[in-house]
Design a protein around this ligand. Structure first.
Ligand SMILES: Cc1cc2nc3c(=O)[nH]c(=O)nc-3n(C[C@H](O)[C@H](O)[C@H](O)COP(=O)(O)OP(=O)(O)OC[C@H]3O[C@@H](n4cnc5c(N)ncnc54)[C@H](O)[C@@H]3O)c2cc1C
Length: 338
């Protein structure tokens, strides 16, 4: 048995049967027994709530290659590289584009899995292709951007048919023509002449102010997805809650902040054991010391149930929560929670 406590940022003291550190492609081809496994990067979006009855593949494939084209830089990045270090690497070499995504914890390989996004920018804008090893077919495959089916915190890599696809590298294209992306309220007062570094510094400053550092207070970032609702549903809610913030997606759908719903429902003080809601950001659930897997799942169920009772909205975890068999299915949360 191997401890997973320091392998995921929520720091639950649980164990896996085995931990395999993957540092080369050959190792993937020669894996002895690949049944019952979970692919792990830095564990900042994964919570192991129980001992995991399988092997954890801890992906540590490194390397950054840069090719210059007339109008863009093409990067080929190993999936085990740290995401924020990559953002800093590109900016230090005058290759702007990723600055709004600074300080998002985790690895490059996990970034396409939930199509990381922040401050009005999503990874999918930069992805040319994603390469990986299919453990079932035992072959390398490359998916071009359209085949990745990127969406809000979603991609094909989250579907069950890709649960045994180990992302080995990500190809990104950073266009040379650049202007700052300042639509997000926290960046809106920056000048249109701001440098990529200035934008990155602001993003870092805002994130450090608003989000708990997992090194100090164990957490896994946004615990729930922001719900996407039909425009008519939102109009109904707005009649009752005129201050509800709404972000239009298209003519038919809007996104509403799950953190606002939790906060206004008065759930910030909610706590189960040592699992609680962060006082500055209700979307983040935290481990105040010795939270157990049961504490965090019970807290999540309570929040989902109360939000549903109050607003009729079903929250869905953004975090990948595992029990001893693997991923806890989405339906479980709604069945027990609401
Ligand atoms: C404080 C904090 C703030 C955050 N802020 C944001 C934010 O602003 N925006 C945002 O989008 N996210 C945010 N997150 C979530 C997290 O940073 C991202 O989801 C990140 O991409 C996770 O990287 P990881 O390596 O830690 O992934 P892990 O937790 O290790 O894995 C996440 C998922 O990716 C899969 N995976 C990991 N590596 C591979 C691989 N090589 N091949 C195939 N599958 C793989 C795992 O199986 C799992 O399903 C935040 C998290 C924290 C703790």
């Amino acid at each position: 048995m191997v401890s997973l406590q320091d392998k995921h940022s929520f720091r639950i003291p649980v164990y896996a049967r085995d931990l395999i550190k993957v540092t080369s492609l050959d190792q993937l081809r020669d894996l002895p027994n690949t049944q019952d496994l979970w692919i792990l990067g830095e564990g900042t979006n994964t919570i192991f709530t129980e001992d995991f009855d399988g092997s954890v593949l801890w992906v540590q494939l490194l390397g950054i290659e840069v090719q210059e084209e007339s109008d863009a830089w093409i990067l080929n990045v190993g999936s085990g590289e740290n995401w924020h270090a990559l953002v800093e690497y590109t900016l230090a070499r005058n290759m702007p584009g990723l600055e709004n995504l600074a300080l998002i914890p985790g690895s490059v390989g996990a970034a396409p899995v939930q199509n990381i996004g922040a401050y009005g920018v999503e990874l999918s804008e930069f992805v040319v292709s994603v390469e990986g090893y299919d453990l079932d077919a035992q072959e390398m495959r490359r998916l071009q951007n359209a085949a990745c089916e990127f969406n809000y915190r979603e991609s094909i890599f989250k579907t069950s048919q890709f649960s045994r696809f180990v992302i080995t590298s990500v190809q990104l294209r950073l266009p040379k023509s650049w202007s700052p992306r300042l639509n997000y309220p926290d960046l809106a007062d920056l000048s249109a002449a701001s440098t990529p570094e200035a934008v990155m510094q602001r993003v870092i400053e805002v994130r450090q102010r608003k989000l708990p550092d997992p090194q100090q207070i164990p957490n896994a970032g946004s615990f729930f997805k922001n719900p996407i609702l039909a425009v008519e549903t939102v109009e109904g809610l707005r009649a009752q809650y005129p201050n509800l913030p709404v972000f239009p997606i298209d003519a038919a759908y809007c996104k509403v902040p799950a953190g606002w719903l939790i906060d206004k429902a008065g759930l910030k003080a909610m706590q189960v054991g040592d699992a609680g809601v962060h006082q500055n950001q209700a979307l983040v659930l935290v481990n105040r010391g010795s939270a157990t897997g049961q504490d965090i799942t019970e807290l999540a169920h309570k929040i989902i149930a109360q939000v549903y009772d109050i607003y009729g909205i079903r929250l869905e975890p953004e975090v990948r929560l595992l029990n001893s068999f693997g991923l806890i299915p989405k339906a479980h949360w709604w069945h027990h929670g609401a």
